[in-house]
Design a protein around this ligand. Structure first.
Ligand code: OSB
Ligand code: MG
Length: 367
C-alpha cells in the first residue's frame, strides 16, 4: 500500500443545544477530519480536539498544525501498517488527539482494503452497545429535570450530570428524587475540585452514584488516591489517563476504580485497547467516553465500546443528541442501544453533499 497524501478538512457543526461543563460552553463543534489516500483506497477519521485548550492542552488549530508539520511528513510513502504508526509518531511528545486521528484514518483505509470492520479488528464481543448521555450544566433545576426526562424518554440507559462547585449536590439530589433509585446516575466534574473539597464531595455518597468522574486536576494522581479513601462513590478517571502506563499507575495507586477510555486522549484505538486489557486484567471496569463526535468518530467509538471489558454504558449517544444533521448516516438509538457498524473499516463514510455543506476549509498534504 502506498500513501499519496492526507487531506485535512475542517467542518463547522452547530450543536442542537449549548453544552456547558466546568471548563466552558460549546455551541458549535469545529471539527478536524483526516482523510488518508492510499493506492488501495481511502480512510477517514475525526480529531477530538476542541476549539480551545480547556479540556486538555490540545486544540483544533494546533492539532492541524502538528499533523501538517510533523506527524504526516513522518509517515513512510510505502508499506505502512497501522501497527507501525504509533512507533513512528512516538518521538513527537504529546498531541495524542492529532496522533489518534492519523492512526485511525490509516486503520480505516487498511481495514477497508481487507474488508474487515473496526469491531472485528478490535475484538468486539457484542453487536450493540448500551448508551448513556452526558447532560451539561443548566441555568436552572427545572431545565435540568426537563432535559433528563427527555433523554430517559428517548431510551438512554444511564445519565451523567456535569457538575462544578455550586452545581453539584442539589442537581444530583433532585434528579435522584424525581427519577428514582433505579436510574443509573453518575457525575463528571472535569477537574473542577481540589482535595480541600473532600468533605463537601462526601455528600454525594448519599445518592448511590455509579461513579464520580475526574473530580480533581489532571495531574493529581496521588490526590485522587487520597480522595478515594474518603468517598464511598467510586472514582473514575478521564483527563488523568493518557496511556496504558497511566492506567497501570492509577490502578496500582488506588487513584481510580473505573476508567473512562477516550481513544483521542490516549493516542488512538490501539492504545485504547491496551488500556482496556490492562484494566480488565485488574478487574477494573471501563467505559467509552466521547468528545461530541460526528458519525465518523462515533462509529469507531461504538466498535470500541463493544469490547468485553466495557461493562458500563458509555457516552456513545445518538447523532441527534448533538447535531440536527450528522455528516454520516445518523446513529439512532434503538431500545437504548446503538448497533456496532458491520461494514468494512468504520462502516460509515461522510455523505458528500452533507460534508460539503459544512466544510470550512480543506488542505492537502502530499507525502
Ligand atoms: O469530560 O467526558 C467529558 C465532552 C467534551 C469534552 C469532555 C467531555 C465531554 C462529555 C460528552 O462529557 C461526551 C459525549 O457525549 O461525547
Ligand atoms: Mg469526562
Amino acid at each position: 500500500t502506498k500513501i499519496s497524501g492526507v487531506e485535512l478538512r475542517r467542518i463547522a457543526m452547530p450543536l442542537v443545544a449549548p453544552f456547558r461543563t466546568s471548563f466552558g460552553v460549546e455551541t458549535s463543534r469545529d471539527v478536524l477530519l483526516v482523510r488518508v489516500v492510499t493506492s488501495d483506497g481511502e480512510g477517514w477519521a475525526e480529531c477530538g480536539a476542541m476549539s480551545e485548550p480547556r479540556y486538555c492542552s490540545e486544540y483544533v488549530d494546533g492539532a492541524q498544525d502538528v499533523l501538517r508539520k510533523f506527524l504526516i511528513p513522518a509517515l513512510p510513502k510505502d508499506g505502512l501498517d497501522v501497527q507501525a504508526v504509533g512507533r513512528i509518531l512516538h518521538p513527537f511528545t504529546g498531541h495524542n488527539m492529532a496522533k489518534s486521528a492519523l492512526e485511525t484514518a490509516v486503520l480505516d483505509a487498511q481495514l477497508r482494503g481487507v474488508d474487515e470492520s473496526f469491531g472485528s479488528y478490535l475484538g468486539a464481543a457484542r453487536d450493540r452497545v448500551p448508551c448513556g448521555v452526558s447532560v451539561g450544566i443548566m441555568d436552572s433545576i427545572p431545565e435540568l429535570l426537563d432535559a433528563v426526562e427527555a433523554y430517559i424518554g428517548e431510551g438512554y440507559v444511564r445519565i451523567k450530570l456535569k457538575i462544578e462547585p455550586g452545581w453539584d449536590i442539589e442537581p444530583v439530589r433532585v434528579v435522584r428524587e424525581r427519577f428514582g433509585d433505579e436510574l443509573l446516575l453518575q457525575v463528571d466534574a472535569n477537574a473542577a475540585y481540589t482535595l480541600t473539597d473532600a468533605q463537601h464531595l462526601t455528600k454525594l455518597d448519599d445518592f448511590d452514584l455509579l461513579l464520580i468522574e475526574q473530580p480533581l486536576a489532571n495531574d493529581d494522581m496521588v490526590q485522587h488516591a487520597q480522595l478515594a479513601k474518603r468517598l464511598r462513590t467510586p472514582i473514575c478517571l478521564d483527563e488523568s489517563i493518557e496511556s496504558a502506563a497511566d492506567a497501570a499507575a492509577a490502578i496500582s495507586l488506588g487513584a481510580c476504580s473505573i476508567i473512562n477510555i477516550k481513544p483521542g486522549r490516549v493516542g488512538g484505538y490501539l492504545e485504547a485497547r491496551r488500556i482496556h486489557d490492562t484494566a480488565r486484567a485488574h478487574g477494573i471496569p471501563v467505559w467509552c467516553g466521547g468528545m461530541l463526535e460526528t458519525g465518523i468518530g462515533r462509529a469507531a467509538n461504538v466498535a470500541l465500546a463493544a469490547l468485553p471489558g466495557f461493562t458500563l454504558p458509555g457516552d456513545t449517544s445518538g447523532s441527534h443528541r448533538y447535531f440536527a444533521t450528522d455528516i454520516t448516516q445518523p446513529f439512532v438509538l434503538s431500545d437504548g442501544h446503538l448497533d456496532v457498524p458491520t461494514g468494512p473499516g468504520l462502516g460509515v463514510t461522510p455523505l458528500p453533499d452533507l460534508l460539503d455543506e459544512v466544510t470550512t476549509s480543506r488542505e492537502w498534504i502530499a507525502l
